[in-house]
Design a binder for this molecule. Structure first.
Ligand code: BTN
Length: 250
């Protein structure tokens, strides 16, 4: 992996979505291939939401992994990619950055980065995982409805950020994270994610399809699922929108 990782960096001025594009070329390129676009005309977030990002201000890119691991462990690769972003931002700025399950990266409680991980088969039937990363870097204005929820590195650090230097730190961390994943260092992956998150122990609600589960975010399972302790039982959740309700004290 280390030989091919980010040796193939495709930089586009504009594309519909870097995840969609990388999916379309997954059979023809090596793992570690990265597609970065200055503009996405149909950038996608989780649950088919739009991901909107100002051109030339931010980082929107996707990475292709072709892991040999069992599919049920791929949630951990997604979690480890989140931790890699946290590490990359911390090492660049020393900011207090945290992970919110499954894959939001927050500064001061506001979202600075979102990750969309998609598992697909290429035309040869190989399992691929595309990890799409959107980081608000130098964008300083957000639509009114996002102002209390979203932030950027420039807002938090009070400076303009050199995107290429940041990208280089992030790719280094993503490669390192993938090596840990390939080495099946799953306990360390979960441990490090937990160390970088403040949500465990807190009262949360998770919205899934038409239902809402409320309980304490109690742990991360060994496949990357979130374990929620409700009044009645303990549940494993694999997808959903998490809202942290308030600080919870026993
Ligand atoms: C989320 O928070 O819902 C995930 C957002 C992921 C956005 C990134 S930007 C690069 C890549 N291409 C996409 O279309 N989406 C991801």
């Amino acid at each position: 992996m280390s030989s091919s990782f980010h040796k193939h960096l495709i930089i586009l001025d504009s594309i519909d979505s870097t995840n969609t594009y990388l999916k379309s070329i997954a059979s023809e390129v090596n793992e570690g291939t990265i597609v970065l676009a200055e503009e996405q005309t149909a950038g996608r977030g989780r649950f088919s939401r739009a991901w909107v990002s100002q051109k030339y201000k931010n980082l929107t890119f996707s990475i292709l992994f072709k892991p040999k691991t069992e599919t049920d462990k791929l949630g951990l690769l997604s979690l480890r990619s989140g931790t890699a972003i946290v590490r990359g931002i911390k090492s660049s700025f020393g900011a207090i950055v945290t992970c919110k399950w499954p894959n939001d990266i927050l500064i001061n409680g506001k979202k600075v980065c979102g990750i969309l991980s998609e598992v697909v088969k290429d035309s040869r039937g190989n399992t691929c995982m595309i990890v799409g990363i959107g980081i608000n870097v130098n964008q300083t204005e957000f639509p009114v409805e996002l102002q209390s929820l979203a932030t950027s590195l420039a807002i938090e650090q009070h400076c303009t950020v050199d995107r290429l230097t940041l990208l280089s730190h992030l790719l280094h961390e993503l490669e390192h994270g993938y090596q840990l994943f390939q080495a099946e260092n799953y306990t360390d992956i979960i441990q490090e994610w937990k160390q970088n998150s403040t949500m465990l122990g807190q009262l949360i609600s998770v919205e899934q399809d038409n239902s809402i589960i409320t309980g304490i975010a109690s742990d991360i399972a060994n496949d990357g699922a979130l374990i929620i302790q409700t009044k009645e039982t303990s549940l494993k959740v694999y997808a959903g929108d998490v809202t942290i309700k308030k600080e919870y004290h026993t």
